[in-house]
Design a protein around this ligand. Structure first.
Ligand code: ADP
Ligand code: ZN
Ligand code: ZN
Length: 767
């Protein structure tokens, strides 16, 4: 007798397990792992992925239900992708079903029919015989007649599961096929409007300089997995290194996966790839339509596309011929998912490279400290720390190879750096008069100027001159930002907005004024003060993708212009005409409670500065500050990121902070503060036998530090109170093991039902 076959199905539920099902009725073959399947779940129908096929089941067999139907003939995910999912679920402490679901484009995950793109699904159409058959023929089988009528009325092939949804069985369809009344068909041809095929003329590779050549040669020699940190100063030609290594990968008939941060996604950047390679390139990013995403995903996972360029989530794209993974601007925060399961696309890239056994390039002018600390061919810290804790963790991490591009390409040099000491400068609308003069000089000389200010709107705060009352968001612990053109107050942390009040709500005074400056104010001041074109780029002026692209092209056209921008404009771009950069209000980064703030500020300063002087003309960069002696500015002035990394890593080591220890953050939020608090206390009790709520930090038996429950900096956001517990240990394995063991228990806590909570591994932002 046949053994019964069980399907372990991954379903998008918050449970840390797969679910067992029996084969669908009438199934002619056992499905392969990686196909989608429709199953009953409670009283619902759900679409899941067959995770494994086994001959045993942990569940009482009489309770195992039958799956409804298999949706794909060939798997959407291959074994290696499923293993990747398993690792992700394990490492990020997430339910496997949710992880797998996050790996699929949304339409696929909902079980949508892929008429347009999925060649693997069975499609039916009427046959020549069926088209002319008299309906009288089906007197005794109304069901058959219905199918024929239906297919006769359709011009396009119909997917089998559509027909099944309408109540027809596969057996019935087979019957009609045997009678040559209907036939299987190909779906519609694949439309590839999201890809490029020889639309631009091929461009020859550039002649590499020595450092680039060394980088390319070293990477090309890689046999299998190896991580290369391409540490190239801004404007050193990292892209050219990517292009020439990719070209070698393509010669070997392999695929390349290139990750870029969201903000870098300019048509210019993509154009570079299209020009170089007469190959099939697909793009995956947040602004893709669902259809574009499907098509790109399908092209990549069928092995059809040669190059996949995408933002964070494209790291999950199945690629059967994967030959290299490149992560550009690897330090960028946009690689870390801030909600959902909180993965880091950079870290996933390294794991995937290892799994698939291909090289990984992490490129940046300002690598993250986590990455820097993994480099084997430099001396990082020269300070001995006498910590038993630290020594107990094996140094298995020094495994990346550093490749340096220390100079800008051709005749370009690094910009000169200056500080404007605001304590001694006259200024208006937040800009020193001296710098306004500088702007005029550069514009008159035919150059472009960038003012960087990471704050949109007109003014970040509105207050009463008589009593000092400050207008706050009704839902957040945050001030309202004044937007002049819209004449409205907006909260930048939630959707809340309101009209500007005429009077103070405390003392009824009419004397309300603004404090501080946002990009809108800088724009309106400078438009009046200097002659010439002013281009502001921030979220408010680029609501439409087209608007952003138009402004960027205008800058590339090269006419003299003053650019005012937030970080959208600060990173990655190559504007040859830009010679002066002015950074306003970077002091905000000096006093943050997040231990990563220094690293972030220095990266941002280096990136923004890096926009100046990228061609022949020498650039200059000015930072305005009230704290010129602050170590951050002193480090910045040295213009030596390797030194920055060395210095910061020493600090981290002394304080036993990442990368010398590891973090897991448990976040909870609720409209009622005490619910969030009670949940975290209950969680802490699982870790600490006798948790004392009056102590802010305690140690578990495994010597893991438990900090919390503590308030997040802006405790209330969008009407919810946010609290967190931080777990810290130099021993990652012990930390993960402890939490792993309690996951299911935490999930089942009655307190968990009253809050929104999530577990975040390697959190990048602690506020
Ligand atoms: P990065 O990403 O390192 O900041 P880019 O890759 O944007 O720098 O390169 C800056 C400019 O230098 C680009 O216009 C690029 O085409 C050009 N470039 C790169 N390598 C070379 C080279 N070997 N010779 C001439 N120009 C180059
Ligand atoms: Zn008042
Ligand atoms: Zn708000």
């Amino acid at each position: 007798m046949d053994r019964t076959v069980f399907l372990q199905v991954a379903l998008d539920t918050p449970l840390y397990q797969t679910f067992d099902y029996l084969l669908p009725k009438d199934s002619d073959a056992t499905p392969k792992a990686g196909v989608r399947i429709e199953v009953p779940f409670g009283r619902r129908r759900m679409v899941g992925i067959v995770y494994a096929v086994t001959d045993h089941c942990n569940y009482p067999i009489e309770k195992v239900r039958r799956a409804y139907q298999v949706l794909d003939e060939t798997p959407l995910l291959q074994t290696i992708d499923l293993e990747f999912a398993r690792w992700l679920a394990h490492y990020y402490l997430q339910p496997i079903g949710q992880v797998i679901s996050a790996m699929l484009p949304s339409g696929l995950r909902q079980g949508k029919v892929l008429e347009l793109i999925d060649r693997k699904i069975k499609f039916w159409q009427i046959s020549p015989r069926g088209r002319h058959i008299e309906l009288e023929y089906f007197r005794r089988s109304p069901k058959q007649r219905q199918v024929i009528e239906l297919l006769q009325s359709r011009h396009l092939p119909t997917p089998q599961h559509r027909l099944i949804q309408e109540g027809f069985t596969p057996a019935l369809l087979k019957r009609l096929q045997l009678d040559e009344l209907i036939e299987t068909a190909n779906p519609l041809p694949i439309l590839d409007n999201n890809s490029s095929n020889s639309i631009v003329e091929a461009e020859a590779p550039l002649t590499l300089n020595l450092e680039q050549l060394n980088a390319v040669n070293t990477i090309n020699q890689a046999k299998g997995f190896k991580v290369y940190v391409l540490f190239g100063v801004t404007g050193s030609g990292k892209t050219e290194v990517y292009l020439q290594t990719i070209s070698r990968v393509l010669e070997k008939n392999k695929q390349a996966l290139v990750l870029i941060p969201e903000i870098n996604l300019t048509p210019q950047a993509l154009h570079i790839f299209q020009k170089r390679f007469q190959r099939k390139i697909v793009f995956l990013h947040s602004k893709c339509t669902e259809k574009e995403r499907h098509q790109a995903w399908y092209s990549a996972s069928s092995g059809n596309a040669d190059i996949v360029i995408g933002t964070r989530s494209s790291i999950f794209t199945p690629m059967p011929r994967l030959g290299i993974i490149i992560v550009d601007e690897e330090h960028d925060l946009s690689y870390k998912q801030q909600d959902g399961f909180g993965y880091s696309a950079r870290d996933c890239a390294v794991y995937r490279g290892l799994k698939v056994n291909v090289p990984v390039i992490l490129g940046s002018a300002t690598p993250s400290l986590e990455t820097w600390n993994n480099i084997s061919n430099i001396e990082i810290t020269n300070m001995e720390i006498n910590s038993a804790e630290l020594k107990s963790t094996k140094n298995e991490s020094k495994k990346y190879t550093l490749l340096t591009l220390s100079k800008r390409v051709e005749n370009a040099t690094m910009p000169n750096l200056y500080i404007a000491d605001l304590r001694h400068e006259n200024r208006q609308s937040g800009i020193a008069h001296r710098l306004v003069e500088k702007i005029r000089e550069h514009l008159t000389a035919g150059q472009q100027v960038l003012i960087f200010l990471n704050r949109r709107g007109f003014a970040p705060s509105v207050f009463c001159n008589d009593c000092g009352w400050i207008i706050h968001c009704a839902l957040c612990d945050a001030r309202m930002t004044y937007h002049l053109r819209e004449s409205i107050l907006r909260c930048h942390h939630c959707e809340y907005h309101t009209s500007v009040p005429e009077r103070c709500s405390q003392c009824n005074s009419r004397d309300l004024t603004t404090a501080g400056q946002g990009t809108e104010q800088i724009e309106s001041y400078l438009e009046k003060t200097i002659k010439g074109t002013v281009i502001r780029i921030d979220r408010d002026t680029t609501q439409h993708k087209a608007a952003f692209e138009k402004k960027i092209s205008e800058i590339h056209a090269g006419k003299p212009a003053l650019l005012i921008g937030t970080q959208m404009l600060a990173k990655g771009h190559h504007f040859p005409k830009l010679t002066l950069v002015i950074i306003l209000n970077s002091d905000a980064g000096l006093f943050s409670s997040d231990f990563r703030a220094t690293e972030r500020t220095l990266q941002l300063l280096a990136q923004v500065s890096g926009r100046a002087g990228r061609a022949e003309t020498q650039g200059e960069v000015w930072v305005q500050t009230h704290h010129p002696q602050h170590p951050i500015y002193q480090l910045w002035l040295q213009n030596n990121y390797a030194e920055v990394a060395r210095y910061l890593l020493q600090e981290r080591k002394a304080a036993l902070l990442p990368p010398f220890s590891h973090h897991i953050l448990i976040r909870a939020e609720s409209p009622q503060r005490h619910y969030a608090e009670e949940f975290l206390i209950a969680v802490n009790r699982y870790f600490l036998g006798n948790f004392k709520s009056e102590e802010l930090f305690q140690r578990t038996a495994e010597n893991i530090l438990v900090l919390g429950p503590a308030n997040v900096n802006m405790e209330r956001k969008a009407g919810r109170h946010r609290l967190q517990t931080l777990l810290q240990s130099p021993n990652r394995k012990a930390l993960h093991r402890m939490v792993q063991h309690k996951l299911a228990l935490i999930h089942n806590l009655p307190e968990a039902k009253r809050v929104r909570w999530r577990m975040e591994v390697d959190p990048q932002e602690l506020n």
